[in-house]
Design a protein around this ligand. Structure first.
Ligand SMILES: [Zn+2]
Length: 538
């Protein structure tokens, strides 16, 4: 029997407002998608309440119906982040997939397969789309991008410039720009350290909000800010500014060179010897963890310990090798093996292709409609000019057509904007998890430290134990590994396990492998490279 679908659409939260399609737009897109893919929708669930209201009545109503339905149903939504707002909602849906109540999930923007990897990705999409959009939220604000394209500085003028309210751009401040120029020149000539430059600026009347000379970090930012070359850098992307530069490229580069030279001798050799300094704080007193050499057992060893500067603390030393060993073990928990990494990356490539195809065909479709509307408008104007229609009718019709055209154009730009938002973060995440595997097997303590800094939070040292939590979405990997372990533990439990519990194992693996040759399947099943906890069969 053909699966029947529930359609679910949800309004954006206040924060998302600018980035996500309106409900109307979602419904239009979904209707077209359903038609194209021959998806039969039996009921629509539309949540229009503001996100300020914590409960989601309609979502809960839908999930109840899912549970009550005799036959498994499918769900159709614009993107997983529309369907599940957080990992709790996501958990409900995944549970319903596990128990066979939901047989299919369809999203025009995300393709889901009921394989272990598919479920894993889905979990990520549920819990993390917010995380992804948070990362992107700042740079997608339409007004800002518009300004950037026009080479206008979006916001308060940086030091040396002033905002011109008429041109909505910035221009050199007659006095401050000269000070900036002078500061750059003197620094580029090697006349100053950051400290003496800060004093010089203070002499010229340039101080921070507290009326004190600027701190080094601020100066450093000024001396490296490409805005003074007339370049706007925003989220790693450069835009040519449509305003006057204050500094020439030569001076800018010279200043940068001096800055580099000045920075070099400050890196002490000692710090390099202690790769984990700065990574942890004391779990007992919250003090900083420092390192030192100490003699013991006839050799010299590196130890880490609490500085105990915050008061009484009973914590003792920890040997560096033991510390590193613990970190390796923790990293293993988020590590993805080569096998899974390859497959997931291949899947992501496939998704990307499909997404591109989908947005291309949608864009084409929209272009066609826009073109038609233009033609209609053209005809209408001609008819009016020829005197074949009356002015009143003309005005009403014209308004209608213009409205349609703007709507279509809006939809088109919505499409472009949302693009492949989630693809790149997902890919980075998989790559990082694979990198964790490599690092966990290496002796590169510096890399270990920077990786843990990147993916670990609340990092403490307590009773010779390293404690930290993985940030999202890395925390999902241990959870998922545990889940797979759970499934495989439960199912062989003689007779106790239900069909539903057994079902995911074998079929999922085969679906994932579906289009590959049998040798590969064999290799995957037998592969010793696959860590035990990732093997559903283990
Ligand atoms: Zn302490």
């Amino acid at each position: 029997m053909k699966t029947k679908y529930f359609l679910y659409a949800r309004k954006s939260t206040e924060n998302e407002e600018r980035q996500v399609m309106s409900i109307d737009a979602q419904l239009v897109e979904l209707a077209e998608y359903a038609k194209r893919e021959e998806i039969e929708i039996v009921e629509k669930f539309i949540e229009s309440k503001s996100a300020k209201n914590p409960g989601r009545e309609i979502f809960n109503k839908m999930m109840t119906k899912v549970q009550e339905s005799k036959n498994p149903v499918g769900l159709l939504a614009w993107h997983p982040d529309r369907l599940a707002r957080n990992s709790i909602d996501g958990g409900q849906i995944i549970y319903s997939i596990d128990t066979g109540k939901i047989s299919s999930l369809r999203f025009p923007t995300f393709w889901f397969e009921p394989t272990p990897q598919g479920l894993f990705m889905l979990q990520v999409a549920f819990g993390q789309s917010k995380y992804y959009s948070d990362n992107l939220s700042e740079n997608v604000k339409r007004g800002i991008r518009q300004k950037l394209r026009q080479g206008k500085w979006p916001g308060l003028a940086p030091f040396g410039y002033i905002n011109n309210l008429k041109t909505k751009n910035i221009e050199p401040d007659p006095v401050k720009s000269k000070i900036v120029k002078k500061a750059f020149e003197e620094f580029a000539q090697g006349k100053h350290t950051l400290k003496s430059l800060s004093e010089r600026l203070s002499f010229w009347g340039v101080v921070n909000k507290a009326g004190k000379p600027m701190v080094k970090a601020t100066l450093q930012r000024i001396l490296t800010n490409p805005i003074y070359l007339g370049i706007i850098v925003r989220n790693g992307e450069s835009y040519e500014g449509n305003f006057e530069p204050i500094i020439s490229r030569t001076i800018f580069e010279a200043a940068r060179k001096v800055l580099k030279q000045r920075a070099r001798p400050r890196k002490s050799k000692k710090r390099h010897n202690f790769p984990f300094v700065g990574l942890l704080t004391c779990g007992e007193c919250g003090g900083a963890i420092t390192a030192q050499w100490a003699k013991g057992n006839g050799g010299l060893y590196r130890y880490y310990r609490c500085t105990k500067k915050l008061g009484k603390c009973s914590q003792r030393y920890l040997l560096e090798d033991l510390l590193a060993e613990q970190i390796k073990q923790r990293l293993q928990k988020v590590a993805l093996c080569e096998n899974w990494t390859k497959k997931m990356l291949a899947k992501i490539d496939e998704w990307e292709k499909e997404k591109i195809q989908f947005s291309q065909s949608s864009a084409q479709n929209l272009n066609l409609k826009i073109e038609k509307t233009k033609q209609k408008l053209d005809k209408l104007v001609n008819a009016f000019l020829d005197g074949t229609i009356e002015k009143e009718i003309y005005l009403v019709k014209k308004d209608e057509l213009i409205k349609t055209k703007t709507e279509l154009q809006q939809r088109k730009s919505d499409f472009k904007r949302k693009g492949n938002n989630w693809i790149e973060p997902l890919r980075n995440w998989i790559n990082t998890a694979y990198y964790a595997k490599k690092i966990a097997l290496s002796k590169d303590f510096m890399e270990m430290k920077s990786l843990v800094e990147k993916i670990g939070t609340n990092r403490r040292l307590m009773d010779k134990k390293i404690l930290f939590e993985f940030i999202k979405p890395f925390n999902l990997i241990p959870e998922f590994k545990a889940k797979i372990g759970e499934i495989s533990e439960r199912s062989p439990a003689a007779g106790g396990a239900s069909e539903a519990l057994n079902r995911p194992k074998e079929s999922q693996r085969l679906v994932w492998q579906g289009r590959q040759d049998s040798n590969l399947q064999h290799e995957l099943l037998e592969s010793p490279a696959l860590p035990l906890e990732l093997r559903p069969y283990a």
